[in-house]
Design a protein. Structure first.
Length: 239
């Protein structure tokens, strides 16, 4: 008489195979887990800084097992690099493409940068705060990214174009092309990062980025239109 295995045995075997799957390995029903981890990493970086963020904290934020982070990224340094390569650099790459499309037209170059930063912030609202924390603050973990990867692609390129326009007599000879780029950043990224403060200070909840953009362009195109008093004149000219 033949012996037949009960149906439950096959079920236990299948369960055993599933249990032997490598720890942290994603299942077929979670194709977006890697993207969730990157999103969670950025959120934690903004709140706690890159140095102060642990893999466990990111895993908790993403709602996944910490082993999954090791499966996808290896370690904390590799996760940081993935955030840079897959989120930060593409964001600035889009801004650079917009600016490059303006050619050597300086008004278009400046307008393209201001408009582009607005789109950049709208698509990546985490970027200004992360940039202030990890680039401007001493010991920031992304300062090397500015010097080695973003700087040559965008700020240095724009400063060179400003210098070329100045040599052709197209912009004010008293301006420093390098500081003009610094001013543009100061008039775009920094006000967005500080928006919670100045909106509360001036009770300016009605001002959105479009209002900030219009103000910035008007300031750059026409300035304050001041009749400079003697106290504002160049000391060398007064002498």
């Amino acid at each position: 008489m033949s012996t037949r295995h009960p149906p439950a045995r096959k079920s236990r075997t299948a369960a055993g195979k599933a249990a032997r799957r490598a720890p942290g390995r994603p299942g077929a029903d979670a194709p977006d887990q890697r993207e969730r981890v990157l999103d969670a990493a950025i959120a934690c970086y903004v709140e706690q800084g890159i140095a102060g963020t642990t893999l466990k904290r990111i895993a908790d934020r993403a709602g996944v097992n910490p082993a999954l982070l090791h499966y996808y990224f290896g370690d904390k340094a590799q996760l940081r690099e993935a955030v840079i390569n897959e989120r930060l650099l593409p964001a600035f790459g889009g801004l650079r493409e917009r600016v490059m499309g303006e050619g050597n037209d300086i008004a278009g170059l400046i307008g393209g940068f201001v408009q582009g930063v607005g789109m950049l912030v709208a698509e990546h609202p985490w970027l200004p705060s992360l940039w202030v924390r990890e680039v401007l603050c001493e010991g920031g973990s992304l300062r090397d990214v500015l010097f080695e990867r973003v700087g040559p692609q965008l700020p240095l390129m724009m400063a060179e174009r400003f210098a070329g326009a100045q040599s052709r007599g197209e912009i004010n000879a008293d301006l420093d092309p390098r500081l003009l780029m610094v001013s543009l950043v100061g008039l775009t990224l920094f006000p967005v990062a500080g928006a919670p403060i100045w909106r509360q200070l001036f009770q300016a909840e009605d001002l959105d980025y479009d209002g900030l953009r219009r103000h910035t362009l008007a300031l750059l195109e026409r300035g304050l239109e001041l009749a400079a008093p003697a106290s504002m004149a160049d000391p060398e000219e007064q002498a």
